[in-house]
Write a protein that binds this ligand. Structure first.
Ligand SMILES: N[C@@H](CCC(=O)N[C@@H](CS)C(=O)NCC(=O)O)C(=O)O
Length: 208
């Protein structure tokens, strides 16, 4: 049985679990990372030299890391016709653009906000940095708001990996106890994601 190594509270594990759910793939998930440890063990490092989660391990032992790459690999290998990762070069490039954008621009401020509110002990919380990150994130979410004008999902009316890799931040942005600008299209996307079992069971979880 294909294995996915990683704790369920990791945003990067969540997107892979959701992708597998959308594609109807079976898997065994093994807790690793955070309090579960395992990631420093030589066997784990042989699969993932960064010692981070997630890591996907196929039946023959072959392993793959980097969550976005895992999502792409799963689509290409097990569902090449799936609209999640369109075959058409331009459509695919658009999906890739937003995956890169999320990783390269949105993730850093969202991690700062999330860690300040959820993960860090009180004495380590830097509220000045949180305010700056919230301002930056608000501007970036404004770009998504515009992109969503007149369409259901980020790259049109079908769900793609662009939405799956963004989804965890959409959830956290809406449930963290923060002031948010009014972004109705983004809220509509969140409501729409909430109708998908892969999102509700793996991503839209209580913050931890
Ligand atoms: N770029 C990597 C980042 C992986 C990453 O930073 N994973 C975090 C969890 S979200 C991690 O392993 N943290 C340490 C741990 O859980 O032990 C990916 O997308 O897979």
């Amino acid at each position: 049985m294909r294995k996915l190594w990683g704790r369920t509270s990791s945003s990067n594990v969540m997107k892979v679990l959701w992708t597998m759910e959308e594609l109807g793939l079976s898997y065994e998930r093994i807790d690793a990372g955070g309090a579960f440890g395992r990631t420093k063990e030589p066997e784990y490092r042989a699969m993932n030299p960064m010692g981070l989660v997630p890591t996907l391990q196929e039946d023959d032992g072959w392993a793959l890391w980097e969550s976005n790459t895992i999502c792409r690999y799963l689509c290409i290998t097990y569902a090449p016709e799936s609209g999640l990762y369109p075959k058409d070069a331009r459509k695919r490039a658009e999906v890739e653009t937003w995956m890169d954008w999320t990783l390269g621009h949105l993730t850093a401020p969202m991690v700062t906000i999330f860690f300040t509110h959820v993960r860090l002990p009180e004495p380590e919380r830097d509220w000045k940095a949180e305010a700056k990150a919230r301002d930056e994130a608000g501007k970036l979410w404004g770009i998504i708001e515009k992109k969503l004008e007149g369409q259901r999902f980020l790259c049109g009316d079908e769900l793609t990996l662009a939405d799956i890799t963004l989804g965890c931040w959409v959830h956290r942005w809406h449930v963290m106890p923060i002031e948010r600008p009014s972004l109705p299209n983004l809220r509509r996307l969140y409501d729409s994601l909430m109708t998908r079992p892969g999102f509700t069971s793996h991503v839209a979880l209580p913050l931890s």
